[in-house]
Write a new protein. Structure first.
Lengths: 227, 719
């Protein structure tokens, strides 16, 4: 255990305790540590961008091929001043447009269409006939049940976000009765999903807490072994 | 002041009733007042001319009946016929001794009728033409005496002075005619040079002018147009005297315009109230019987009532009246009069340089000299104060304006951040939960030891996604390249690293060469921390750039992932510290596409990051020819697990293996060897138990409070 390990371990333990002080309420020490973390992360990100992106690009490509990228970079730097920010709009538009096109294309081809096909596959006659043909009735019913749950959950969850209402004289506009019932079912599915997500968040936070306590005990144990 | 008729004496009553029965009251009073008082000299000139038109011999048309008896007696005593007009109390001015002095004699002859009209000069009525004709002759002789300062004087009308001829301007009001007809008071101490000026200009002069006027009237226009009113020496001397006595006195300006307007514009024969007319008017007023007169009035003879004849006095020369300077001897003016003498306009070019002043250089007066200098106290430099225009507001509008101003001011005020104050029980409960959590998490790990078993017991199969991950790792051979994406934030590094430790350890055991990258800027640091802090402890020989490679940060987000899927070498042009290309390393030399990797492992704490990998990279993992798919294994945090199951359970599956959270790691380590998941598992179980218990207790407390509150409300409603 060298000095760097001791120095790093000490500040890690100190900052961990200061973060734990939030249990007593919001305080200046907690905010100070948060600000330190944000600043360190930003500085580290800038250094990584320079070291891992810009310098390798300058070293690996001829200067003539960097004229256009450098021009775009210069236009993005004009965003620093409100007076010249308009000059950076083309570069920003290029980034946003390319990013949106890539994200939308990937979402359609990688998520929407495959998920539609996967949800519909539970009701695929081929799969059901194969299951029933092999005598695996349980598997077949399981497919139907899973498919039904997915279908009901998808439809009812979408119905929950249907806010169309029919206006009546001297009454508050309300959704149709059938929509209201379907939305109630969808609200149940949404509640279950959020509960699962909360359980996952709690589980992740609990493991992070355990890892922090484990690191603290390890540091104290290593320090104890030194003395 | 009014008097009753009874208060008047009898003689006055009769006077008022019999003498002027038809006259208006104001005129009658004026006439009585004029008769009762001695007529002063200035009254010799009529102040109120009669309304009827009359000529300069106005009384020659009166009839016999209009002459009172006493006046007829007076005329008889003088040897004149009763119808002859009485002599004017104001004698015409004495003519100057000129070469043309016989014109007055012709007037007398005409008046007496001895001279027939045919003997009069043919141009008797147009004598002004003759004057103008003589003007041209005299102007040549007087041209030398003319001075420039007279050029600025207003040009008078030729011989149109009504004060001389008793004329009346048609456009003038009555009071102006009175002014013009008023005789100036005699000046006793006037100088000699003034005595000869205007002696023949009497207001009561009603005679006709002869064809050849006196010498002083020879050039009326010449004096107005060309000739000087005063000699040049006189003017200079007067100016000098003025400047000496009154150094600060400004130069006397030219005659004002209003003074020129007072001068008559054309000669007129009527309008002047002559003395004879005044006498006639007064005689009518006092046409009384002698028997009715009181004693004191009866003793007064008509001669006594008449004002004494006015000696002709040389009047002051009116402005613009010419005179013959050759007949007047120059006299010395007293100093006070010299100071009052008019000074003609003097051009700036005639002034010395010092008096002309500096030439104006700026402003609208630029180029002019002698301009009054601007004084700093008066001139305001800078922008003038803007005039404020006040709005007229009523009370309602003013109230609205005040409210609007208050609203704007309230919006501009910076409010301090609101401090959240918690009630003491709530704060105490939170602190108690924190302490319990620390105890429940720390105690099982370091105090109680491994008191719980892993989720997978001996002989049990792991979940399908864990089994798929195990199969992927088991399928690796020594030297197979595996692409590992470290895409998690440092905050959740403890969980993700605990979940990935078993998987990475398994792959290292299998002899795979890990090629690691990150789509997050903090990823390269996480790679180094993960490999040196965990794996190096178990595999000391597994070193950087020999066993595994850190390609660093892949920029561009989804676009970077797409480029990585299409051309990994172009997406990550990384050089080692010695300058060698990382893609030229023996372990990576055969890698040109992502399908060339044996497996793709994504370590992430975010479902969106995993989805981006699935959307952008997973399609590139499928060989279009053979249909073989490079497995995509996701090691994620527990919070992203529910959102990754649709990709895992899809048909065909987009994720071939999933190890999520500490639970997945525990399953995985149960099939390989126990690592950190085992160490954390007891604390994890205790923390989950405490969390569930806390939620359960909170739910019970909340439900109880709601039930109690509902009962209280019900009880309150019944009461």
């Amino acid at each position: 255990m060298n000095f760097a390990d001791i120095f790093g371990g000490f500040f890690a333990a100190l900052f961990t305790f200061l973060i734990f002080s939030y249990a007593l309420g919001d305080n200046a020490l907690f905010r100070m540590v948060v600000h330190i973390f944000i600043g360190v992360a930003a500085g580290y990100a800038a250094a990584v961008a320079l070291h891992s992106v810009l310098l390798p690009a300058f070293n690996s490509q001829p200067l003539s091929s960097l004229v256009v990228p450098l021009l775009w970079i210069g236009l993005l730097f004009t965003k620093l001043s409100p007076r010249t920010a308009v000059l950076g709009n083309p570069a920003s538009a290029l980034l946003v447009g390319v990013g949106a096109a890539v994200a939308v294309g990937g979402a359609i081809q990688g998520t929407l269409l495959p998920q539609l096909a996967g949800s519909a596959s539970y009701f695929s006659p081929e799969r059901l006939s194969a299951a029933f043909g092999d005598g695996r009735f349980g598997d077949a019913l399981g497919l139907l049940f899973n498919g039904a749950v997915i279908l009901v959950g998808t439809v009812t969850s979408l119905a929950y976000f249907h806010f169309g209402a029919q206006s009546r004289p001297n009454q508050v506009p309300q959704r149709r009765r059938i929509i209201e019932i379907i939305a109630r079912v969808g609200q149940g599915f949404i509640a279950i999903t959020l509960g699962v997500l909360f359980a996952g968040v709690y589980s992740a936070a609990l493991v992070a807490l355990i890892e922090r306590l484990d690191s603290l005990f390890n540091f104290v144990g290593r320090l104890a072994r030194l003395f | 002041m009014g008097y009753a008729s009874d208060d008047l004496p009898d003689w006055l009553k009769d006077l008022g009733s019999s003498s002027l029965p038809s006259e208006p009251e104001p005129e009658r009073r004026a006439a009585a007042r004029a008769a009762s008082e001695p007529v002063p000299d200035w009254m010799a000139s009529p102040a109120e001319p009669p309304a009827r038109p009359e000529s300069i011999f106005g009384d020659e048309e009166e009839g016999e009946g209009d002459v009172p008896d006493w006046l007829a007696g007076i005329r008889q005593a003088e040897g004149r016929p009763p119808d002859a007009p009485p002599p004017s109390p104001i004698q015409p001015p004495a003519p100057q001794e000129t070469d043309n002095g016989d014109w007055l004699e012709s007037i007398r002859k005409r008046e007496s009728g001895s001279l027939p009209a045919s003997d009069l000069p043919a141009d008797d009525g147009d004598f002004m033409n003759r004057i103008k004709a003589m003007q041209s002759e005299d102007s040549a002789g007087d041209e030398d005496a003319s001075q420039d300062w007279l050029a600025g004087l207003p040009t008078p009308e030729p011989a149109a002075d009504a004060s001389i001829f008793g004329g009346e301007s048609p456009g003038q009001p009555d009071w102006m005619s009175g002014i013009q007809g008023e005789e100036p008071p005699p000046i006793e101490d006037k100088p000699d040079w003034l005595k000869g000026v205007g002696s023949g200009i009497g207001k009561g002069f009603t005679g006709d002018l002869p064809a050849g006027g006196p010498a002083w009237m020879d050039a009326p226009d010449a004096g107005a147009d060309d000739g000087p009113l005063w000699p040049a020496e006189e003017s200079a001397r007067a100016s000098e005297a003025v400047s000496q006595e009154f150094p600060g006195l400004p130069k006397e300006p030219a005659a004002p315009s209003w003074l020129g307007d007072l001068q008559p514009t054309e000669p007129s024969s009527g309008g002047a109230f002559t003395a004879s007319e005044f006498e006639e008017a007064t005689s009518e007023v006092f046409k009384l019987d002698s028997g009715e007169l009181p004693d004191w009035l009866a003793q007064i003879s008509p001669e006594d009532a008449l004002p004494p004849p006015v000696e002709p006095q040389p009047a002051a020369r009116p402005s613009g009246t010419p005179f013959d300077t050759g007949d007047l001897a120059p006299a010395e003016l007293p100093s006070w009069l010299q100071a009052m003498r008019p000074v003609g306009p003097v051009g700036l070019e005639d002034l010395p340089e010092a008096e002309r002043g500096e030439e104006e250089r700026i402003g609208p007066l630029a180029g002019l000299a002698g301009v009054l200098p601007a004084e700093p106290d008066i001139v305001q430099f800078g922008r003038p104060s803007s005039a404020s225009v006040g709005l007229q507001l009523n009370d309602v509008q003013r109230t609205y304006a005040v409210q609007l101003a208050q609203m704007v001011a309230a919006e501009a005020e910076a409010h301090p951040p609101r401090r959240i104050s918690l009630a003491l029980p709530q704060r105490a409960a939170r602190l108690a939960i924190a302490i319990l959590m620390l105890l429940f998490v720390a105690a099982p790990t370091y105090l109680l030891g491994n008191f719980s078993s892993l989720p997978q017991g001996p002989g049990q199969l792991p979940p399908a996604e864990i089994q798929a991950a195990l199969d992927i790792a088991n399928g690796l051979n020594a030297g197979d390249a595996v692409l590992v994406a470290v895409d998690y934030q440092p905050a959740l590094a403890g969980e993700v690293e605990a979940a990935a430790m078993g998987v990475i350890d398994h792959m290292i055991i299998q002899g795979a060469r890990l090629v690691m990258l990150s789509t997050l800027p903090t990823g390269p640091g996480q790679i180094q921390h993960f490999m040196t802090g965990t794996q190096s402890l178990n595999h000391p020989d597994y070193q950087l750039n020999s066993s595994y490679y850190n390609l660093g940060y892949l920029s561009g987000g989804s676009a970077g992932l797409l480029q990585l899927a299409n051309d990994p070498r172009a997406a990550l042009p990384v050089q080692l510290d010695d300058g060698r290309d990382v893609w030229a390393e023996p372990a990576l030399a055969a890698l040109f596409r992502l399908r060339d990797f044996k497996a793709i492992v994504v370590l992430t704490d975010d479902a969106d990051t995993a989805r981006a990998w699935v959307e952008q990279v997973q399609p590139a993992l499928v060989d279009p020819l053979s249909g073989a798919t490079t497995p995509l294994l996701v090691v994620s945090s527990a919070q992203a697990e529910p959102l990754l199951y649709p990709y895992l359970n899809n048909e065909p599956s987009q994720i071939q293996g999933l190890v999520a959270g500490l639970r997945g790691a525990a399953y995985y380590e149960a099939n390989i060897r126990e690592l950190n998941a085992r160490r954390y598992w007891d604390a994890y179980g205790a923390g989950l138990t405490l969390g569930v218990a806390t939620i359960a207790v909170g739910a019970v407390l909340g439900l109880s409070r709601n039930l109690l509150g509902g009962r209280r409300k019900t009880a309150g409603g019944r009461k």
